[in-house]
Write a protein that binds this ligand. Sequence first.
Ligand SMILES: C[C@@](CO)(OP(=O)(O)O)[C@H](O)COP(=O)(O)OP(=O)(O)OC[C@H]1O[C@@H](n2ccc(N)nc2=O)[C@H](O)[C@@H]1O
Ligand SMILES: Nc1ncnc2c1ncn2[C@@H]1O[C@H](COP(=O)(O)OP(=O)(O)O)[C@@H](O)[C@H]1O
Length: 300
Amino acid sequence: MMHNATLTTTTPPSKDNAQLSLPAPAKLNLMLHIVGRRDDGYHLLQTLFQFLDYADTLHFSARDDGKIILHTPVDGVAHDNNLIVRAARLLQHNSHCHLGADIWLDKKLPIGGGIGGGSSNAATTLVGLNHLWQTRLSLDALADLGLTLGADIPVFVKGRAAFAEGVGEKLQPVELPESWYLVAVPPVSISTEKIFSDKGLTRNTPMTNIRTVLKQSSQHNDCQAVVEKHYPEVRNALILLNNYVDARLTGTGSCLFGGFPNEEQAAIVANQISEKLQSFVAKGANISMLHRTLQNLSEH
Ligand SMILES: C[C@@](CO)(OP(=O)(O)O)[C@H](O)COP(=O)(O)OP(=O)(O)OC[C@H]1O[C@@H](n2ccc(N)nc2=O)[C@H](O)[C@@H]1O
Ligand SMILES: Nc1ncnc2c1ncn2[C@@H]1O[C@H](COP(=O)(O)OP(=O)(O)O)[C@@H](O)[C@H]1O
């Protein structure tokens, strides 16, 4: 009897026996200018994206019944609104794929931090399920699909550090120094929409170009003044960090970052501020961890 029971029981899906595990890394906006606005209200940006070797991890297994099930809830986000589930359904629909997926998320990236966790989760889902389901969409096609879910998703799909224009979807790959960064995490989660709808936001920074940006020794983020105005936690964190390093906001915040020549120097400052401010240290990357992992998979 025992033997029969064992034979007829299927192993329940779990992240430990998932078929594919992939990172969903963070990004930084090393500079961010707002140069105008589209008719639909979206802002036209010029921004420099670089990835961090600091990531969530997603685990995927295919299902035969077509269901998309995210087994790990994200605080404050309903299952069907989660960008992971929305990205999976979008790919399934557009590729006419009959397979579904069980998905698990190890969340490490702060939410509403301007380091792109939700967007990166969506991009890793598109790229990961395209691989697992063998739907064979090109990266360009996946980036176009991703853009319908969020302005930040294409850069994560493409996986190359880039100068971005438009709403963030016109991407020119760049080679940047891969510095070490101290990333401070003030204790607030910031809505991108709230910052972009502030009347006081600078929206008319003169257009620049990639060559000028790469030559400049100091950079700025047009969202920073508005974020500092609304969030004293961010302003105070900036004051503290600026005692040690030239610190700046990434995206619409709340995270702040400063560059260091090596890990040790970044870690010393992380340690010095640790009683007042949560932070992590990570290396900048011109090729995202997602794409380096996929490259390794295809080589083995
Ligand atoms: C500002 C940036 C810079 O990298 O990053 P975050 O701080 O969010 O990480 C991005 O452009 C954010 O991209 P993403 O987070 O995907 O934004 P979306 O979901 O597309 O849009 C959220 C809301 O922000 C506003 N929005 C977003 C992008 C943009 N170029 N102009 C906008 O006005 C819109 O009001 C939209 O309703
Ligand atoms: N998988 C996900 N991880 C994080 N946030 C998500 C996810 N799916 C949807 N969201 C929503 O996206 C919003 C922005 O999240 P996030 O990408 O972390 O911030 P930011 O855009 O500041 O980098 C969150 O407040 C949340 O409501």
